[in-house]
Write a protein that binds this ligand. Structure first.
Ligand code: FES
Length: 508
């Protein structure tokens, strides 16, 4: 039976019902979101339906909020106008409680819009707006508890207490787990930093067991530690620094299967110039030779996702190769591999043979035309790219930042726009301070003060000089991983980065 819309009380009933349903749904949304972010509800696998459910409940809550506002406007008794329900303190009727409801409404609108546009927005922006949902739920509780004809009814009091208690408990879970995870993330980072940085020398010797030429300029090398008891523990996307006989250091991505921890496969493109690193390897490194290496490090990890698309060009196939070797069988994935001539494309035939339709090898010489990334990018996949700067820039135009994961061989040009010129470093372990003038990098100032930080490229691309930031806000100017990831990990690359605050405290 349809409600009697001629009954003047109907809008008031609907207002009360929609408000209560909205409050229940918002509480559910929030609890669901907390369980998602704290990974109580999901494992590392991150099933999509969990996130979709969160979105559906929040969408339903939004419908109920709009119904609540709409029915308030339709109710003749209270006689609200648009301004009364949309502008805080515009009404004379219970101005503070109503204003709290309106503020909560606008916060929820901002959260919904930025969540819908999350793929196009910087992660830090939409996440910081998302976090205001805590304020919104408090404002809603106050709004609901201070205004309305049901306030004081025993059933209303019971439901309100259940909702408030549920959110409070979920918030406590969030705080406890976040409190546990942050130090763990810092510890992981410190561990990763300590696995190679200069303060601790953790290198090893590796022997060349195989060398295979690929096309005119590439050689594939397989190395293995001379000490086979060594525990290397590297994962897909990792790279390794080689100490060359001419005094240079060069980083190479590991292209083998991470399940074979002691089989270190690298591909080296002989660029001829660039200080002679790759040329030295081509000219001097042969089967049986022993070379000094640093422990593998990973700034390009494979994160859980429902669908992956890998895009590589040229020698950029090396980290991608280890990714496709280690991806779980249940995942959907594809690889787009770009190059000029098939014979110069490392692993091209092997990848097609092993993975069939998953792999598209686009050799311009065969296809007669260059690949159009706009047509070939999968809009629903998490994209991992490595290769030419031109290809990476095209990916940055085509793919939302939060779904894009890149590894660069060459640094991009980043210019400081911080108003802080000179700044001060506080070194946590010694308690000393070091001035960083405008004319020096942090790394140079640390070295001038006698502090050893391991560094290799000094151009913000290899990740070797990574240090943990304990206080202050760094200005990231490197090309190693996304700035949001660095902030989340609490790290900085001092060879190029600076500070946004007059002082930074580093864990060195
Ligand atoms: S030394 Fe390579 S990133 Fe700093």
């Amino acid at each position: 039976m349809l409600p009697d819309f001629t009954n003047p009380q109907i809008w008031w009933y609907l207002t009360r019902a929609s408000a209560m349903i909205a409050w229940v749904l918002l509480t559910l949304t929030m609890v669901w979101g907390i369980l998602l972010t704290t990974r109580v509800l999901r494992g590392a696998d991150n099933p999509e339906w969990l996130k979709v459910t969160h979105r559906y409940i929040s969408g339903l809550a939004m419908v109920m909020i709009v119904t609540h506002i709409g029915t308030l406007l339709l109710d003749d008794y209270i006689n609200f106008g648009w301004a009364d329900v949309l502008i805080p303190f515009a009404t004379n009727f219970e101005p503070l409680p109503v204003a709290l409801g309106i503020i909560a409404f606008w916060l929820i609108v901002a959260i919904q819009l930025t969540a819908l546009g999350a793929r196009w927005l910087p992660e830090a922006l939409w996440k910081s707006i998302h976090i205001t949902s805590y304020l919104a739920i408090v404002a809603i509780a106050l709004h609901s508890g201070l205004v309305g004809t049901d306030v004081g009814n025993p059933w209303y009091t019971v439901v309100s207490l259940i909702l408030i208690t549920t959110v409070t408990l979920a918030g406590i879970v969030r705080l406890i787990i976040a409190g546990r995870e942050k130090p763990k993330r810092r510890a992981d980072t410190a561990l990763a930093a300590a696995s190679a940085p200069a303060q601790v020398q953790t290198g090893f010797e590796a022997r060349v067991v195989e060398r295979t030429p690929v096309g005119e300029k590439i050689a594939q090398f397989t190395l293995t530690p001379t000490d086979q008891s060594l525990d290397l523990e590297w994962e897909a996307g990792a790279h390794m620094t080689l100490h060359l006989g001419n005094g240079l250091e060069r980083q190479y991505s590991l292209a083998g299967d991470p399940a074979e921890q002691n089989t270190l496969v690298i591909g080296v493109l002989n660029t001829g110039g660039e200080g002679g690193g790759s040329a030295w390897i081509h000219d001097h490194l042969s089967v049986g030779d022993v070379i000094r290496c640093e422990m593998p490090r990973n700034h390009f990890p494979l994160k859980p996702a429902r669908r992956y698309q890998f895009v590589a060009s040229g020698i950029g196939i090396t980290p991608i190769r280890s990714m496709v070797d280690s991806i779980p069988a249940s995942r959907e994935w594809s690889l787009l591999y770009l190059g000029r001539n098939r014979e110069d494309m490392l692993f091209a035939d092997e990848l097609e043979r092993l993975f069939g339709d998953h792999v598209t090898v686009w050799a311009t010489g065969e296809k007669g035309t260059r690949a159009n990334l706009r047509e070939l990018i999968d809009p629903s996949a998490d994209v991992y790219g490595c290769g030419s700067e031109e290809m990476l820039r095209e990916l940055e135009l085509q793919v939302a930042p939060r779904r894009l994961h890149l590894e660069r061989f060459e640094p991009i040009t980043r210019v400081s726009n911080s108003s802080v010129g000179a700044f001060e470093l506080t070194l946590n372990r010694s308690g000393t301070t070091v001035e960083v003038p405008e004319t020096e990098t942090m790394l140079e100032s640390l070295e001038r003060a006698g502090v050893t930080v391991q560094a290799s490229c000094r151009r913000g691309v290899c990740g070797t000089c990574e240090v943990s930031v304990l206080r202050g806000e760094p200005e990231h100017l490197d090309s190693v991983m996304s700035d949001a990831d660095k902030d989340e990990l609490g790290i900085v690359y001092p060879c190029v980065s600076r500070s946004r605050t007059p002082s930074l405290t580093l864990d060195v």
